[in-house]
Design a protein around this ligand. Structure first.
Ligand code: UD1
Ligand code: UDP
Length: 396
């Protein structure tokens, strides 16, 4: 790492999993557009491997550091221990002026902690999400609380997440409603796409249900109940065809491949982002426990059934374009059938619920303003007002 002589502020961006790459790629691009004043250093923990590399390829990100930490069926304490140890070395070498983390993963938590201990300010992208139940999702709800607690700048996607932080006593001056950067990634990616996916064509004449599942709190009996419900739904409804890109976690992939053998269920490998969005755009219904997918489905005007007990993405549920149906076998069978018979239409006003595609520009402007308040005077108040106004108009 070159010594810090340029007068530029150095920003360390840390990521470790698939969704962090997707949601930080637009932020990295926006920061790199300010290269005259900001030096952006990208570090990946390698918490994920194959699906991380897949996304780094999609967004053409070449990390400056790759800690390559993933172990088969890794434990949370084991990963936290190695992430803290290795991130500490990176922080020592880079000596950043700020560390940017995203979301609620173990990587985000470890990076925020190691920066905080090194007295490096932390900026949290996708701050303020709360399910208000620290066991659902596990361990993400606790991770969010920890990261927000030690963050200096909090970029929240919505007014709801802003209110969550205000209620917890965080000063409003450190909270910025930017929208979720996943909508930036989605819009930027869709601009580049065209054509239909081959795996969608085989479902012609049938209703296509896109499934993704990976939550730790469901592993074991609950997860098997979900899989049985999916299978039963397909067996009882001849017009349903499921496509399910299977997460590589063995706690997911082994039972999924054992229990979902059926001619109208297609298990596929994780898809590159564009293809996944295309598949979602071509689907009749989305069934998921993913955070990111809950945000993308409404943006594509798709109804989403959330297979979780609690969600921190309450906006889509409140607006009627997502339905929180839990993890109980018979509830899933009943709700899937209801949704497939067209009884639950997505409301059009859901499309912009999580952002307008400009979150990463706002984030980079706020960071620039944070370091160069005289030169880049803008924006904090102005951005906040504009965004609030936008959100209020949308909610009206
Ligand atoms: C992690 C995040 C979760 C996020 C999810 C996104 C934590 C605690 N969990 O969960 O918040 O929603 O990523 O997908 O940070 N594996 C591979 N190859 C890969 C990725 C994973 O083989 O490319 C397998 C490995 O055996 C690994 C296991 O999956 O040990 C679990 O990975 P881990 O990152 O710990 O958990 P996820 O369930 O992926
Ligand atoms: N995704 C993808 N290919 C796939 C499955 C998911 O590109 O085969 C994307 C999806 O569009 C979303 C993100 O991965 O942006 C969600 O990742 P995941 O569900 O693993 O994590 P979460 O969002 O729950 O943290």
């Amino acid at each position: 790492m070159a010594s810090y002589k340029s007068g530029k502020r150095r920003i360390l961006v840390v990521m470790g999993t698939r969704p962090e790459v997707i949601k930080l790629a637009p932020v990295i691009m926006a920061l790199k557009r300010r290269r005259g004043e900001i030096e952006t250093v990208v570090c990946t923990t390698g918490q994920h491997r194959q699906i991380l590399d897949q996304m780094l390829g999609v967004f053409d990100i070449k990390p400056d550091f790759d800690l390559n930490l993933m172990k088969p069926d890794q434990t949370l304490p084991g990963l936290l221990q190695s992430a803290l140890r290795e991130l500490n070395k990176v922080t020592d070498e880079v000596r950043p002026d700020m560390t940017v983390v995203q979301g609620d993963t173990l990587t985000a938590t470890a990076a925020a902690l190691s920066s905080y201990y090194a007295r490096v300010p932390v900026a949290h992208v996708e701050a303020g999400l709360r399910s208000h139940d620290r066991n659902n999702p596990f361990p993400e709800e606790a991770n969010r609380l920890i990261v927000d607690q030690i963050s200096d700048l909090m970029f929240v996607p919505t007014k709801t997440s802003c209110r969550n932080l205000e209620r917890e006593g965080f000063p409003r001056s450190r909270i910025f409603i930017t929208g979720n950067t996943v909508i930036d990634a989605l819009r930027q990616s869709l601009r580049r796409t065209g054509g239909a996916m081959s795996c969608c064509r085989s479902s012609r004449g049938r209703k296509l249900v896109l499934v993704t599942l990976h939550r730790r709190e469901s592993f074991g009996r609950t997860f098997k109940g979900i899989l049985r419900a999916l299978r039963r739904t397909v067996e009882e409804n001849r017009d349903i065809f499921i496509v399910y890109p299977v997460h590589p976690n063995p706690n997911v992939s082994i039972p999924a491949r054992e229990m979902l053998k059926h001619p109208r269920i297609r298990l596929i490998d994780p898809l590159p982002y564009l293809q996944f969005l295309e598949l979602m755009a071509n689907s009749d219904l989305v069934v998921t426990d993913s955070g990111g997918v809950q945000e993308e489905a409404p943006a594509l005007n798709k109804t989403v059934l959330v297979l979780r007990e609690k969600t921190e993405r309450s906006e889509a549920v409140a607006a009627g374009c997502a339905r929180l149906i839990g993890t109980n076998h018979s509830d899933i069978v009943r709700e899937l059938k209801l949704s497939m018979s067209g009884l639950c239409e997505t409301k059009r006003k859901c499309a912009n619920i999580y952002g307008d595609g400009k979150a990463s520009e706002r984030i980079s402007s706020i960071i620039l303003n944070h370091f160069y308040p005289e030169k880049h005077r803008l924006p904090a108040e102005f951005i906040r007002d504009i965004t609030l106004k936008d959100i209020e108009e949308r909610d009206a």
